[in-house]
Design a protein around this ligand. Structure first.
Ligand code: SAH
Ligand code: SF4
Ligand code: F3S
Length: 493
């Protein structure tokens, strides 16, 4: 999961409105601005909110100014992410007032995990907010909107964990399905209760969608041109949905079934938990060619004492063994992880264990955060909070190590040919940007006349140089040695 950055949903039309032509909705009369914070699940949810609102005439715009509805789809994972919502609301308020002065109306809504956790508080801190709803109720948006429209001043607060399954009430067609890559939520919620984490409270109990519904959504996406699907779940490898054959399926079985879909070239999943990596999933990494050899497997800490206090339910050696098995199954597998630094009670010795684990594993990428006290979680009540200066010092040391590992990994690709899924035009006119199997952005020199034909194709590209975390190279038309990072086989440059 890539936490706490933000993303605005850009429209795909020059006039700033996206018509949702795939769902047959052409009567766009109102402008919808959505800002998304937090993890990929929120990105998926924002897209689905747009789908739910499309039949009411809402089309996406990239500017909150002048919008008929503004939705902030929020994240509660760390204090900074949660507080950002209030500062953004402060910026939206004058836009709402301008709209009212012009005789219009802007509905302001707060959705997502902050809405779930602080629903009432949002309405009292920002009384100009019209609607507050959690991650499990946005299929009810049409009712919420009509309630909010009936009378200005009537507030909508819907932070239920409803008995009905929202996925059964979302539109089948997806407005975003003209992209090359897509997210697909297969599992939601979490029963793990790590002592630092708000997710079990904001997303609720673990729930797996039936395989048939997932396969159908994947088929629809693939028919529309999607070539890569990232399966999403807060704890995605805890997936245990009803299988297409009536028997319960795990994630490995689901990946095999997805791999049979014609045109689906790449499968990824995130975020997985070390405790739920079972033998079948490991075998899927060996057998399923479409399953990409890049796995986000957060470990959080390398100290057994801290892992136990976090309630992660595994040790550092357990993690090492899982990684070993995965690498045996798929020798070209690269890993990324999340780390929390300065969890209550973390000593220099505990931190040294984290550094040792990182050195042992060798990551191709990682996210690391200072521990943030979250209201209502057990760790927030712990006595031994770590001093902020100590957290900063440790975080810098860890990030330097992770950064050097990532740089070395990226550099190891120079001179090799990697398969790149071409996604979109680059910044330069004669350039396409795609992704490697390891999710690195790859910028390829391609004449503009060939852009359309190559978008959505997987093309073998020779990597010539790096800039930051991006790779640059050229297409290899014929005769390239197959890309193989495990044996570090090179093609001649
Ligand atoms: N389900 C995933 C993580 C979801 S939250 C897992 O089990 O690994 C995404 C990341 O945010 C976590 O991996 C963790 O590193 C970080 N995080 C969660 N709560 C945090 C907190 N209270 N302070 C700092 N980082 C936190
Ligand atoms: Fe949070 Fe732990 Fe669940 Fe991940 S597994 S979402 S860190 S409680
Ligand atoms: Fe944030 Fe909620 Fe995702 S707290 S990380 S948006 S599950």
């Amino acid at each position: 999961m890539f936490p706490a950055d933000t993303r605005q949903h850009a429209p795909r039309r020059a006039d700033g409105l996206h018509r949702f032509s795939r769902s047959g909705v052409e009567n766009v009369t109102k402008k919808l601005f959505i800002k998304t914070y937090g993890c990929q699940m929120n990105v998926y949810d924002s897209e689905r909110m747009a789908d739910v609102l499309a039949p009411l005439g809402y089309g996406l715009t990239d500017n909150a100014d002048g919008a008929d509805m503004v939705i902030l789809n929020t994240c509660h994972i760390r204090e900074k992410a949660a507080e950002k919502v209030y500062s953004d609301l402060g910026r939206i308020r004058p836009l709402q007032e301008n709209r009212a002065e012009d005789g219009g109306r802007m509905i302001v809504a707060v959705a997502g995990c902050v809405a779930q956790a602080e629903g009432e508080e949002i309405l009292s801190r920002a009384p100009y907010v019209d609607m507050v709803f959690g991650p499990q109720t946005y299929h009810r948006l049409p009712e919420m909107v009509s309630k909010a429209m009936r009378a200005a001043g009537e507030k909508v607060l819907d932070t239920d964990f409803p008995v009905e399954d929202k996925f059964d009430h979302l539109p089948e067609e997806r407005g975003d399905s003209d992209a090359v890559t897509a997210f697909l939520t297969i599992q939601e919620g979490c029963d793990k209760f790590c002592t630092f984490c708000v997710v079990p409270y904001t997303r609720g109990a673990e729930f797996s969608r039936p395989a048939a519904a997932i396969l159908e959504e994947a088929r629809r996406l693939t028919r529309a041109g999607v070539r890569e699907i990232t399966l999403l779940g807060q704890n995605v490898n805890a997936y245990h949905g009803e299988g297409a054959d009536g028997v319960e399926w795990g994630l490995g079985r689901l990946c095999r079934a997805l791999a049979d879909i014609e045109g689906l070239e790449r499968i990824r999943y995130t975020t997985s938990h070390p405790r739920d990596v079972d033998d079948d999933l490991i075998a899927a990494h060996r057998d399923v060619e479409q399953l990409m050899p890049y796995l986000h497997l957060p470990v959080q800490s390398g100290s057994d004492r801290i892992l136990a206090a976090m309630n992660r339910k595994h040790t550092a050696d357990h993690y090492r063994r899982i990684v070993e098995k995965l690498r045996d199954a798929r020798p070209d597998l690269a890993l990324s992880s999340d780390f929390i630094i300065g969890f209550p009670g973390e000593s220099d010795k505990d931190f040294a264990e984290t550094i040792r684990l990182v050195t042992d594993i060798g990551y191709a990428g990682a996210f690391s955060f200072k521990y943030s006290e979250r209201p209502g979680t057990p760790a927030a009540a712990a006595d031994e909070q770590v001093d902020d200066a100590v957290k900063s010092e440790r975080l810098t040391a860890l990030q330097q190590l992770l950064e050097s590992q990532q740089a070395a990994f990226n550099a190891s690709l120079i001179g090799t040919a990697v398969p790149v899924l071409m996604e979109k035009p680059g910044r330069q006119p004669d350039q396409l940007v795609g992704r490697s199997p390891y999710l690195q952005p790859v910028h390829i020199a391609v004449p503009e006349s060939r852009h359309e034909a190559l978008t959505g194709q997987i093309v073998s590209c020779r990597i010539d140089r790096l800039a930051g975390h991006s790779l640059f190279g050229e297409m290899v038309e014929t005769g390239a040695a197959p890309y193989d990072i495990s044996s570090k086989e090179r093609i001649s440059a």
